[in-house]
Design a protein around this ligand. Structure first.
Ligand SMILES: [Fe+2]
Length: 260
């Protein structure tokens, strides 16, 4: 499940618009640091050979501490030096319009709280492990960043331009879900994962590459019209060939609908 594009009825958190360096860091307990360490160790076991090369390179570039919760400001600075993207603190799910606006300004919203120890396997509400480990490695990938910014601009247009089909406000969260959260990609060595919703959960990592979910060819018109289920494992996943394909096909699709 995602902290960003919020399903209807769960849209209630307004981003903290202060500079990330002015935001006080929560006093995390030892238990909370241990939860991060455990989550991180779990993912280290399953990601090699399953996460895509671009994500693994990003993971190295971001350089998360394995044993304690990182500061959002430090992660933001590291990303900013590489692609200009920054991180903003949020309390939870951000309303779609605000979320699109942030992406269009090359800002990614992240929570700064960690799940409870009994939620190691699964948390219904996204936490900073999902937001940081799942999302930020691709924020150092220039091609993905171009797509992400265009996605944000398209979302802003969907809300601000009265000539655009209002259905676009539903199309874009579905595209986000089946790409940014649950996307698969073909790397030279085989099928790999780039979706943050998968990459921040050991169960999802193993399930997504198993014979369980159907792997479908990437088609934005199909995805835009496909409702998704946030409560169960995904039955169908869409596979891109490259981040070039993702960016180019999204740009063409968005232009076709007057969104860019
Ligand atoms: Fe997410």
């Amino acid at each position: 499940m995602d902290s960003a594009v919020a399903p209807r009825g769960m849209q209630d958190c307004i981003p903290d618009y202060r500079n990330i360096h002015e935001v006080e860091v929560p006093a995390y307990t030892d238990i909370e640091h241990h939860t991060w360490a455990q989550l991180y160790a779990n993912q280290q076991k399953v990601l090699p050979g399953r996460a895509c090369d671009e994500f693994l390179a990003g993971l190295d570039a971001v350089g998360f501490p394995p044993d304690h919760i990182p500061r959002l400001a430090d992660i933001s600075d590291t990303i900013e030096r590489q692609t200009g993207w920054t991180i903003m603190r949020v309390d939870g799910l951000v309303p779609n319009y605000e979320f699109f606006k942030l992406l269009s300004e090359r800002i990614f919203p992240s929570t700064d709280f960690i799940r409870r120890p009994d939620e190691i396997e699964y948390t219904p509400s996204p936490d900073m492990f999902h937001d940081l480990l799942g999302h930020s490695p691709l924020l150092v990938n220039p091609r993905f960043c171009t797509f992400f910014e265009e996605f944000g601009r398209a979302g802003v247009a969907a809300f601000e331009n009265p000539e655009i089909d209002p259905a676009a406000r539903d199309w874009l969260p579905r595209i986000y879900w089946f790409t940014v959260e649950y996307g698969l990609i073909r790397n030279p060595a085989g099928l790999r994962i780039y979706g943050a919703g998968i990459l921040s959960s050991p169960k999802e990592v193993l399930y997504s590459l198993s014979d369980g979910p159907k792997k479908l060819p990437f088609d934005l018109e199909v995805i835009a019209n496909k409702p998704y289920d946030i409560w169960h494992m995904q039955e169908e996943l869409f596979v891109i060939d490259s981040f070039d394909q993702l960016e180019e096909s999204f740009y063409a699709w968005a232009q076709g609908h007057g969104l860019l």
